[in-house]
Design a protein around this ligand. Structure first.
Ligand SMILES: *Cc1c(COP(=O)(O)O)cnc(C)c1O
Length: 398
Protein backbone atom coordinates (compact mmCIF):
# COMPACT_ATOMS: atom_id res chain seq x y z
CA UNK A 1 0.00 0.00 0.00
CA UNK A 2 1.55 3.29 -1.01
CA UNK A 3 1.08 5.70 1.84
CA UNK A 4 1.02 9.37 0.91
CA UNK A 5 2.86 12.30 2.39
CA UNK A 6 0.08 13.39 4.72
CA UNK A 7 1.57 16.82 5.10
CA UNK A 8 -0.17 17.58 1.81
CA UNK A 9 -3.48 17.29 3.66
CA UNK A 10 -2.46 20.27 5.78
CA UNK A 11 -2.15 22.59 2.76
CA UNK A 12 -4.90 25.11 2.33
CA UNK A 13 -6.40 25.09 -1.14
CA UNK A 14 -5.51 28.25 -2.97
CA UNK A 15 -8.58 29.67 -4.61
CA UNK A 16 -7.21 33.19 -4.93
CA UNK A 17 -6.61 33.50 -8.66
CA UNK A 18 -9.35 31.08 -9.70
CA UNK A 19 -11.88 33.00 -7.59
CA UNK A 20 -10.76 36.26 -9.18
CA UNK A 21 -11.06 34.75 -12.67
CA UNK A 22 -14.56 33.43 -11.91
CA UNK A 23 -15.79 36.74 -10.54
CA UNK A 24 -14.39 38.63 -13.55
CA UNK A 25 -15.90 36.14 -16.01
CA UNK A 26 -19.31 36.42 -14.35
CA UNK A 27 -19.21 40.21 -14.35
CA UNK A 28 -18.10 40.30 -18.00
CA UNK A 29 -20.91 37.98 -19.02
CA UNK A 30 -23.51 40.13 -17.28
CA UNK A 31 -21.96 43.41 -18.47
CA UNK A 32 -20.52 42.69 -21.92
CA UNK A 33 -20.09 46.36 -22.82
CA UNK A 34 -17.90 47.34 -19.88
CA UNK A 35 -14.16 47.77 -20.42
CA UNK A 36 -12.39 45.99 -17.58
CA UNK A 37 -8.86 47.07 -16.69
CA UNK A 38 -6.76 44.35 -15.12
CA UNK A 39 -4.24 45.60 -12.57
CA UNK A 40 -4.05 42.27 -10.82
CA UNK A 41 -1.50 40.87 -13.27
CA UNK A 42 1.44 39.22 -11.55
CA UNK A 43 3.26 38.54 -14.79
CA UNK A 44 5.36 40.85 -16.93
CA UNK A 45 3.76 41.88 -20.21
CA UNK A 46 6.56 43.38 -22.29
CA UNK A 47 8.09 41.06 -24.88
CA UNK A 48 11.63 39.69 -24.59
CA UNK A 49 14.14 42.40 -25.55
CA UNK A 50 15.97 42.18 -28.92
CA UNK A 51 19.40 41.50 -27.37
CA UNK A 52 18.12 38.32 -25.70
CA UNK A 53 16.22 37.25 -28.79
CA UNK A 54 19.33 37.63 -30.92
CA UNK A 55 21.35 35.57 -28.46
CA UNK A 56 18.71 32.84 -28.53
CA UNK A 57 18.52 32.79 -32.34
CA UNK A 58 22.28 32.53 -32.52
CA UNK A 59 22.32 29.68 -30.00
CA UNK A 60 19.61 27.83 -31.92
CA UNK A 61 21.68 27.99 -35.11
CA UNK A 62 24.79 26.95 -33.22
CA UNK A 63 23.34 23.72 -31.81
CA UNK A 64 22.31 22.71 -35.34
CA UNK A 65 25.95 22.37 -36.34
CA UNK A 66 28.31 19.49 -35.59
CA UNK A 67 30.80 21.73 -33.74
CA UNK A 68 28.17 23.76 -31.95
CA UNK A 69 25.95 20.92 -30.76
CA UNK A 70 25.33 20.84 -27.03
CA UNK A 71 24.14 17.79 -25.17
CA UNK A 72 23.89 17.67 -21.41
CA UNK A 73 25.49 20.77 -19.98
CA UNK A 74 26.91 21.25 -16.50
CA UNK A 75 24.11 20.82 -13.93
CA UNK A 76 25.18 24.03 -12.21
CA UNK A 77 25.08 26.13 -15.38
CA UNK A 78 27.53 27.05 -18.13
CA UNK A 79 30.67 28.85 -17.10
CA UNK A 80 29.94 31.83 -19.36
CA UNK A 81 26.75 32.60 -17.45
CA UNK A 82 28.10 31.92 -13.96
CA UNK A 83 31.01 34.22 -14.79
CA UNK A 84 28.67 36.97 -16.02
CA UNK A 85 26.59 36.65 -12.82
CA UNK A 86 29.65 36.89 -10.57
CA UNK A 87 30.98 39.92 -12.45
CA UNK A 88 27.78 41.90 -12.96
CA UNK A 89 25.48 41.06 -10.08
CA UNK A 90 28.16 40.78 -7.38
CA UNK A 91 31.65 42.09 -8.16
CA UNK A 92 30.14 45.31 -9.53
CA UNK A 93 28.47 45.80 -6.11
CA UNK A 94 31.61 44.99 -4.15
CA UNK A 95 30.62 41.41 -3.29
CA UNK A 96 33.01 38.51 -3.84
CA UNK A 97 31.18 35.41 -5.02
CA UNK A 98 33.00 32.45 -6.58
CA UNK A 99 31.67 30.80 -9.72
CA UNK A 100 31.11 27.52 -7.88
CA UNK A 101 28.81 29.30 -5.47
CA UNK A 102 26.39 30.03 -8.34
CA UNK A 103 23.78 27.48 -9.41
CA UNK A 104 21.80 28.35 -12.55
CA UNK A 105 18.25 27.01 -12.58
CA UNK A 106 14.94 27.11 -14.38
CA UNK A 107 13.25 29.39 -11.87
CA UNK A 108 13.34 30.94 -8.44
CA UNK A 109 9.99 29.38 -7.62
CA UNK A 110 11.48 25.90 -8.00
CA UNK A 111 14.65 26.96 -6.19
CA UNK A 112 12.76 28.37 -3.20
CA UNK A 113 10.78 25.14 -3.10
CA UNK A 114 13.66 22.74 -3.75
CA UNK A 115 16.11 24.20 -1.25
CA UNK A 116 14.10 22.61 1.56
CA UNK A 117 15.57 19.23 0.50
CA UNK A 118 18.88 19.96 2.20
CA UNK A 119 17.36 20.93 5.57
CA UNK A 120 15.90 18.82 8.34
CA UNK A 121 12.13 18.77 8.63
CA UNK A 122 12.56 19.40 12.34
CA UNK A 123 13.75 22.96 11.62
CA UNK A 124 11.47 25.77 12.69
CA UNK A 125 10.80 28.19 9.83
CA UNK A 126 9.97 31.90 10.04
CA UNK A 127 7.86 33.25 7.18
CA UNK A 128 6.41 36.73 6.75
CA UNK A 129 2.66 37.22 6.52
CA UNK A 130 1.40 38.23 3.92
CA UNK A 131 3.72 36.23 1.68
CA UNK A 132 4.51 34.73 -1.73
CA UNK A 133 2.85 31.33 -1.09
CA UNK A 134 5.73 29.13 -2.31
CA UNK A 135 7.81 29.41 0.88
CA UNK A 136 4.89 28.52 3.07
CA UNK A 137 3.44 25.62 1.11
CA UNK A 138 6.75 23.89 0.38
CA UNK A 139 7.58 23.89 4.09
CA UNK A 140 4.14 22.62 5.05
CA UNK A 141 4.72 19.78 2.56
CA UNK A 142 7.79 18.75 4.59
CA UNK A 143 5.90 19.05 7.86
CA UNK A 144 7.99 21.90 9.24
CA UNK A 145 6.71 24.08 12.03
CA UNK A 146 6.02 27.63 10.80
CA UNK A 147 6.41 30.84 12.77
CA UNK A 148 4.53 33.72 11.14
CA UNK A 149 6.04 37.20 11.08
CA UNK A 150 3.33 39.80 10.50
CA UNK A 151 4.21 42.67 8.15
CA UNK A 152 1.64 45.41 8.40
CA UNK A 153 1.25 49.16 8.63
CA UNK A 154 1.83 48.89 12.41
CA UNK A 155 5.45 47.76 12.03
CA UNK A 156 6.05 49.74 8.84
CA UNK A 157 6.21 46.46 6.87
CA UNK A 158 9.47 45.62 8.63
CA UNK A 159 9.21 42.13 10.13
CA UNK A 160 10.21 41.92 13.80
CA UNK A 161 12.75 39.34 14.92
CA UNK A 162 10.97 36.21 16.17
CA UNK A 163 10.62 35.90 19.95
CA UNK A 164 11.29 32.18 19.79
CA UNK A 165 14.37 30.62 18.21
CA UNK A 166 13.94 29.73 14.53
CA UNK A 167 16.32 27.83 12.22
CA UNK A 168 15.32 29.04 8.77
CA UNK A 169 14.01 32.48 7.74
CA UNK A 170 12.48 33.44 4.41
CA UNK A 171 12.83 37.10 3.47
CA UNK A 172 11.73 38.63 0.16
CA UNK A 173 12.71 42.22 -0.67
CA UNK A 174 11.53 44.16 -2.61
CA UNK A 175 8.50 42.31 -1.29
CA UNK A 176 5.75 40.58 -3.17
CA UNK A 177 2.92 41.43 -2.39
CA UNK A 178 3.57 44.63 -0.35
CA UNK A 179 6.14 46.27 -2.64
CA UNK A 180 8.09 47.44 0.44
CA UNK A 181 11.85 47.13 1.08
CA UNK A 182 14.36 46.82 3.92
CA UNK A 183 17.37 49.09 4.12
CA UNK A 184 20.84 47.80 4.99
CA UNK A 185 20.52 48.51 8.72
CA UNK A 186 17.22 46.66 8.95
CA UNK A 187 18.54 43.70 7.02
CA UNK A 188 21.68 43.66 9.20
CA UNK A 189 19.51 42.86 12.24
CA UNK A 190 18.40 39.67 10.49
CA UNK A 191 21.93 38.73 9.54
CA UNK A 192 23.00 39.19 13.18
CA UNK A 193 20.03 37.17 14.42
CA UNK A 194 20.89 34.34 12.04
CA UNK A 195 24.50 34.36 13.17
CA UNK A 196 23.54 34.23 16.86
CA UNK A 197 21.05 31.44 16.34
CA UNK A 198 22.96 29.45 13.69
CA UNK A 199 19.97 30.00 11.44
CA UNK A 200 19.91 30.33 7.65
CA UNK A 201 18.27 33.21 5.79
CA UNK A 202 16.68 32.34 2.46
CA UNK A 203 16.68 35.66 0.64
CA UNK A 204 14.50 36.12 -2.44
CA UNK A 205 15.42 39.21 -4.43
CA UNK A 206 13.40 38.49 -7.58
CA UNK A 207 12.49 42.19 -7.82
CA UNK A 208 15.98 43.57 -7.19
CA UNK A 209 16.04 45.26 -10.63
CA UNK A 210 13.16 47.54 -9.56
CA UNK A 211 15.10 49.18 -6.72
CA UNK A 212 15.42 52.93 -7.27
CA UNK A 213 16.45 54.20 -3.83
CA UNK A 214 19.91 54.39 -2.30
CA UNK A 215 20.66 52.31 0.80
CA UNK A 216 18.33 49.54 -0.33
CA UNK A 217 20.53 46.48 -0.84
CA UNK A 218 20.22 44.72 -4.21
CA UNK A 219 21.73 41.61 -2.68
CA UNK A 220 21.75 40.48 0.95
CA UNK A 221 25.51 40.00 0.59
CA UNK A 222 25.92 43.80 0.57
CA UNK A 223 25.25 43.45 4.31
CA UNK A 224 28.30 42.56 6.44
CA UNK A 225 28.34 38.95 7.54
CA UNK A 226 25.59 37.75 5.18
CA UNK A 227 27.97 35.40 3.35
CA UNK A 228 28.01 33.31 6.53
CA UNK A 229 24.26 33.03 6.94
CA UNK A 230 22.33 33.56 3.69
CA UNK A 231 21.32 31.74 0.54
CA UNK A 232 20.14 34.13 -2.18
CA UNK A 233 17.61 33.53 -4.96
CA UNK A 234 17.48 35.61 -8.07
CA UNK A 235 15.46 35.31 -11.24
CA UNK A 236 15.48 36.73 -14.76
CA UNK A 237 11.67 36.48 -14.77
CA UNK A 238 10.80 39.95 -13.57
CA UNK A 239 14.12 41.57 -14.56
CA UNK A 240 14.11 40.53 -18.20
CA UNK A 241 10.62 39.17 -18.84
CA UNK A 242 11.75 35.52 -18.62
CA UNK A 243 8.57 34.26 -16.93
CA UNK A 244 8.02 32.00 -19.95
CA UNK A 245 11.67 31.54 -20.99
CA UNK A 246 12.66 30.31 -17.47
CA UNK A 247 16.02 31.11 -15.94
CA UNK A 248 17.16 31.97 -12.43
CA UNK A 249 19.99 31.23 -10.04
CA UNK A 250 20.79 30.46 -6.41
CA UNK A 251 23.89 31.58 -4.52
CA UNK A 252 25.08 29.16 -1.85
CA UNK A 253 28.31 30.56 -0.37
CA UNK A 254 30.93 27.98 0.55
CA UNK A 255 31.28 29.53 4.00
CA UNK A 256 27.67 28.62 4.82
CA UNK A 257 27.33 25.84 7.33
CA UNK A 258 24.52 23.58 8.40
CA UNK A 259 24.74 21.16 11.33
CA UNK A 260 24.21 17.49 11.98
CA UNK A 261 22.32 16.48 15.13
CA UNK A 262 25.62 15.88 16.84
CA UNK A 263 26.73 19.42 16.00
CA UNK A 264 29.14 18.68 13.15
CA UNK A 265 29.45 21.54 10.61
CA UNK A 266 28.51 20.62 7.04
CA UNK A 267 28.96 22.76 3.91
CA UNK A 268 25.57 23.69 2.48
CA UNK A 269 27.21 24.39 -0.87
CA UNK A 270 28.29 20.74 -1.04
CA UNK A 271 24.82 19.52 -0.17
CA UNK A 272 23.12 21.77 -2.69
CA UNK A 273 25.61 20.76 -5.36
CA UNK A 274 24.90 17.11 -4.63
CA UNK A 275 21.17 17.69 -4.71
CA UNK A 276 21.42 19.64 -7.99
CA UNK A 277 23.52 16.99 -9.72
CA UNK A 278 21.17 14.24 -8.56
CA UNK A 279 17.84 15.82 -9.45
CA UNK A 280 18.57 18.36 -12.20
CA UNK A 281 20.17 18.33 -15.62
CA UNK A 282 20.71 22.01 -16.15
CA UNK A 283 18.99 24.84 -18.01
CA UNK A 284 19.01 24.72 -21.80
CA UNK A 285 21.99 26.25 -23.58
CA UNK A 286 19.71 28.54 -25.58
CA UNK A 287 18.14 30.00 -22.46
CA UNK A 288 21.47 30.47 -20.71
CA UNK A 289 22.74 32.43 -23.72
CA UNK A 290 19.63 34.62 -23.45
CA UNK A 291 20.34 35.19 -19.75
CA UNK A 292 23.96 36.06 -20.56
CA UNK A 293 22.72 38.68 -23.04
CA UNK A 294 20.98 40.55 -20.20
CA UNK A 295 24.47 41.57 -19.02
CA UNK A 296 25.70 42.89 -22.38
CA UNK A 297 25.51 46.58 -23.08
CA UNK A 298 22.51 46.61 -25.42
CA UNK A 299 20.66 44.01 -23.36
CA UNK A 300 21.18 45.99 -20.16
CA UNK A 301 19.92 49.15 -21.84
CA UNK A 302 16.83 47.52 -23.32
CA UNK A 303 15.89 45.86 -20.04
CA UNK A 304 16.36 49.11 -18.16
CA UNK A 305 13.86 50.77 -20.51
CA UNK A 306 11.22 48.14 -19.76
CA UNK A 307 11.71 48.37 -16.02
CA UNK A 308 11.56 52.14 -16.23
CA UNK A 309 8.20 51.89 -17.97
CA UNK A 310 6.83 49.52 -15.30
CA UNK A 311 8.10 51.84 -12.57
CA UNK A 312 6.36 54.77 -14.30
CA UNK A 313 3.12 52.82 -14.13
CA UNK A 314 3.75 52.12 -10.45
CA UNK A 315 4.22 55.85 -9.86
CA UNK A 316 0.99 56.64 -11.73
CA UNK A 317 -0.86 54.13 -9.53
CA UNK A 318 0.71 55.31 -6.29
CA UNK A 319 0.12 59.01 -6.96
CA UNK A 320 -3.35 58.42 -8.41
CA UNK A 321 -4.45 56.47 -5.35
CA UNK A 322 -2.97 59.03 -2.98
CA UNK A 323 -4.81 61.80 -4.81
CA UNK A 324 -8.00 59.78 -4.38
CA UNK A 325 -7.37 59.67 -0.64
CA UNK A 326 -6.02 56.14 -0.23
CA UNK A 327 -3.13 55.13 2.03
CA UNK A 328 -0.57 53.47 -0.20
CA UNK A 329 2.68 51.49 0.26
CA UNK A 330 5.23 50.13 -2.18
CA UNK A 331 5.44 51.19 -5.82
CA UNK A 332 8.79 52.98 -5.47
CA UNK A 333 11.25 50.05 -5.57
CA UNK A 334 8.72 47.59 -6.86
CA UNK A 335 6.07 46.98 -9.51
CA UNK A 336 3.58 46.35 -6.69
CA UNK A 337 1.42 48.89 -4.92
CA UNK A 338 -0.19 47.82 -1.65
CA UNK A 339 -3.13 49.93 -0.58
CA UNK A 340 -5.27 50.01 2.51
CA UNK A 341 -8.89 49.28 1.77
CA UNK A 342 -11.41 51.74 3.28
CA UNK A 343 -12.27 51.05 6.91
CA UNK A 344 -14.83 48.41 7.80
CA UNK A 345 -14.39 46.74 4.43
CA UNK A 346 -12.66 43.41 3.79
CA UNK A 347 -10.19 42.89 0.95
CA UNK A 348 -12.76 40.84 -0.95
CA UNK A 349 -15.54 43.41 -0.42
CA UNK A 350 -13.21 46.03 -1.87
CA UNK A 351 -12.42 43.70 -4.79
CA UNK A 352 -16.13 43.40 -5.63
CA UNK A 353 -16.76 47.13 -5.32
CA UNK A 354 -13.76 47.99 -7.48
CA UNK A 355 -14.82 45.50 -10.15
CA UNK A 356 -18.48 46.46 -10.20
CA UNK A 357 -18.24 50.22 -9.81
CA UNK A 358 -15.09 51.18 -11.73
CA UNK A 359 -14.37 47.94 -13.62
CA UNK A 360 -10.85 47.48 -12.27
CA UNK A 361 -9.40 44.14 -11.20
CA UNK A 362 -6.78 43.84 -8.47
CA UNK A 363 -5.79 41.21 -5.91
CA UNK A 364 -7.26 41.01 -2.39
CA UNK A 365 -4.51 41.15 0.22
CA UNK A 366 -6.11 38.43 2.33
CA UNK A 367 -5.22 35.99 -0.46
CA UNK A 368 -1.55 36.31 0.61
CA UNK A 369 -2.11 35.55 4.29
CA UNK A 370 -4.19 36.54 7.31
CA UNK A 371 -2.28 39.80 7.84
CA UNK A 372 -3.00 40.82 4.25
CA UNK A 373 -6.64 41.33 5.26
CA UNK A 374 -7.60 44.97 4.85
CA UNK A 375 -5.09 45.50 2.06
CA UNK A 376 -5.19 45.21 -1.73
CA UNK A 377 -2.50 44.75 -4.41
CA UNK A 378 -2.35 46.58 -7.73
CA UNK A 379 0.42 45.89 -10.22
CA UNK A 380 2.33 48.01 -12.71
CA UNK A 381 2.39 45.37 -15.46
CA UNK A 382 -0.56 46.83 -17.42
CA UNK A 383 -0.20 49.26 -20.32
CA UNK A 384 0.44 52.91 -19.53
CA UNK A 385 -2.84 53.95 -21.17
CA UNK A 386 -4.89 51.52 -19.10
CA UNK A 387 -3.03 52.42 -15.93
CA UNK A 388 -3.78 56.12 -16.45
CA UNK A 389 -7.42 55.38 -17.28
CA UNK A 390 -7.78 53.19 -14.19
CA UNK A 391 -6.51 55.99 -11.95
CA UNK A 392 -8.85 58.53 -13.59
CA UNK A 393 -11.73 56.19 -12.83
CA UNK A 394 -10.67 55.84 -9.20
CA UNK A 395 -10.20 59.59 -8.76
CA UNK A 396 -13.74 60.23 -10.09
CA UNK A 397 -15.18 57.38 -8.04
CA UNK A 398 -17.77 58.20 -5.41
C1 LIG B 1 7.85 36.03 -9.66
C2 LIG B 1 8.55 35.69 -8.43
C3 LIG B 1 9.67 34.85 -8.46
C4 LIG B 1 10.24 34.33 -9.75
O1 LIG B 1 9.96 33.02 -9.96
P1 LIG B 1 10.48 32.28 -11.27
O2 LIG B 1 10.19 30.86 -10.98
O3 LIG B 1 11.93 32.55 -11.41
O4 LIG B 1 9.68 32.81 -12.44
C5 LIG B 1 10.32 34.57 -7.27
N1 LIG B 1 9.92 35.10 -6.11
C6 LIG B 1 8.86 35.95 -6.05
C7 LIG B 1 8.49 36.54 -4.76
C8 LIG B 1 8.14 36.25 -7.21
O5 LIG B 1 7.09 37.07 -7.14
Amino acid sequence: MSLINENFMKLEDSYLFSTIAKKVAKYTQENPNKKIIKLGIGDVTKPIVPACLEAMHKAVDEIGTAQGFKGYGPEQGYEFLRKAIVENDYKARGVEIAEDEVFVSDGAKCDCGNIVDIFSSSNKVAITDPVYPVYLDTNIMCGREIVYLPVTEENGFIPELPKEKVDMIYLCFPNNPTGTVLNKEELKKWVDYAKENKAIILYDCAYEAFITEENVPHSIYEVDGALDVAIEFKSYSKTAGFTGVRCAYVIVPKRLKGYTKSGEEISLNKLWNRRTCTKFNGVSYIVQRAAEATYKEDGKKQIKENIKAYLENAKIIKEGLEEAGFTVYGGVNSPYVWLKVPEKMTSWEFFDKLLEEVNIVGTPGSGFGAHGEGYFRLTAFGTKENTIEAMERIKNWK
